[in-house]
Design a protein around this ligand. Structure first.
Ligand SMILES: *Cc1c(COP(=O)(O)O)cnc(C)c1O
Length: 424
């Protein structure tokens, strides 16, 4: 990112918005309103992205196609339901840096994590450990711990990466040391690409390299990374990845999730998977044969036919991502978040501090603001005044200025509300 000298005035925020080439995209979203009728200051796109305006039209299309065609909608709907999942491959592959055949939309996130571990966590008495961050999202920890138990290995097969004393985030050199130390015993490294709590974006390329050097498989949960940071899953040689689409990808609560399987694994007969009819070669699927013939793509991990209604919002959202491209989006994201960081540093009040890495390359758009005394009162105060952010126990306010729909003025207003509440 070029170095920008930010300024503290509101006029500056307005000027930045006026010059923002992506500024008009805010109009493509519904912004929730505060009780005073003004737009909410929405900074929770890392938890549930806002609704693209096109979603309603697209959903009504599916409802009316169902009404009009019944089962024939599989072929005659405007977007035929039979190949519905295929409509996402191209646009989605660009978002995560993959080949089209390496991505698939299916199920929900934690389900996909389990399905991927069925294939890529193949423990043996010598090599049975899984490496994860200690502060991983709870669902990921439950998933890996239960896989270990499922295979009959003890709880200490889980290696948890913890920051150094007095530090909040992990150093790549420390991750490397743990991996090398346990090298021959590690079956799988499974880390959240961007940590949900601190907002730290790990060096996925490096972690994958080191993991492969010691003979482990490497997979990532990209719930907080997909649509937020630039990813190159194929080039980085990642074995598998999973993510959801309701956070930065704006596809609505509980939306369909995504998965990536690297090309080199796609037709490897030694990699087992749980199978269902939608993973069967589509050319012969309806011959209803007895033996499973897999698609030569990540689609072979699909179990069931497409849940169209939970996929439709993703169509509307991906159109916007495709129009802009992740590089441009990321450019604005870096600016907007650095601007928020700059404003937050204008206070000398030591009740708050940012625990997200200061290096732009080590984070996405989220900043995690630690409240020193762990007092949630500060968060409640800004909430009352029309901010939607979130509080994560024990002491963090997470704020995500999302480049698709947040403005510089949103950021300005938020920081000033926060400062006012700090001084109350
Ligand atoms: C949001 C999130 C989840 C949620 O999992 P679901 O299966 O979609 O409910 C899991 N893991 C991470 C890292 C997340 O950020």
């Amino acid at each position: 990112m070029e170095t920008i000298t930010f300024e503290t005035s509101q006029a500056y925020a307005k000027k930045m918005d006026a010059q923002d080439p992506l500024g008009q995209y805010r109009n493509h979203f519904h912004l929730p309103k505060h009780s005073d009728g003004k737009d909410i200051l929405y900074f929770c796109g890392n938890s549930l992205g806002l609704q693209p305006k096109k979603v309603e039209e697209y959903l009504i299309q599916e409802l009316s196609d169902w009404k009009e065609f019944g089962v024939e909608g599989h072929f005659h709907a405007k977007n035929a339901w039979m190949p519905y999942h295929e409509f996402f491959s191209k646009k989605l592959s660009k978002i995560v840096g993959a080949k089209e055949k390496e991505v698939v939309v299916m199920n929900t996130l934690t389900t996909n994590l389990h399905l991927m571990m069925v294939s890529f966590y193949r423990p043996t008495p010598k090599r049975h450990k899984i490496v994860i961050e200690k502060a991983a999202f709870p669902s990921d920890k439950y998933a890996v711990a239960s896989q270990i138990r499922f295979h009959g290995y003890p709880a200490d097969s889980l290696i948890q990466l913890a920051p150094r004393k007095g530090e909040e985030t992990l150093r790549t050199e420390d991750i490397e040391a743990v991996i090398r130390e346990n090298g021959e015993e590690i079956a799988l490294i499974m880390i959240g690409g961007v940590n949900y709590y601190t907002g730290q974006f790990f060096d996925l390329k490096k972690i994958t390299e080191i993991g492969h050097e010691v003979g482990a498989k490497v997979g990532f949960d990209l719930a907080h990374a997909a649509g937020n940071v630039v990813l190159k899953l194929h080039d980085w040689n990642v074995d598998f990845a999973v993510w959801c689409h309701y956070k930065y990808l704006n596809s609505g609560p509980g939306a369909i999730a995504g998965a990536f399987v690297h090309e080199r694994h796609l037709t490897d007969p030694d990699i087992p998977r749980f199978e269902g009819w939608w993973g069967h070669d589509k050319n012969s699927r309806f011959l209803m044969g007895d033996t499973f013939e897999p698609m030569a793509s990540a689609e072979s991990w699909q179990l069931s036919n497409a849940p169209v209604f939970s996929m439709t919002p993703l169509l509307a959202s991906l159109e916007l991502f495709d129009e802009i491209g992740m590089e441009k989006l990321n450019e604005k994201s870096n600016k907007l978040t650095s601007y928020m960081e700059f404003l937050l540093k204008q206070t000398d009040n030591d009740r708050i501090r940012i625990i997200t890495p200061a290096e732009v390359k080590d984070r996405g758009c989220q900043l995690s603001i630690q409240v020193k005394d762990g007092n949630k009162g500060l968060f409640d105060k800004i909430t009352e005044q029309g901010v939607i952010a979130d509080w994560r126990e024990p002491d963090v306010i997470r704020v995500a200025p999302v480049p698709l729909y947040n403005s510089y003025e949103d950021v300005y207003s938020f920081v000033h509300l926060l400062f006012d509440s700090l001084n109350d």
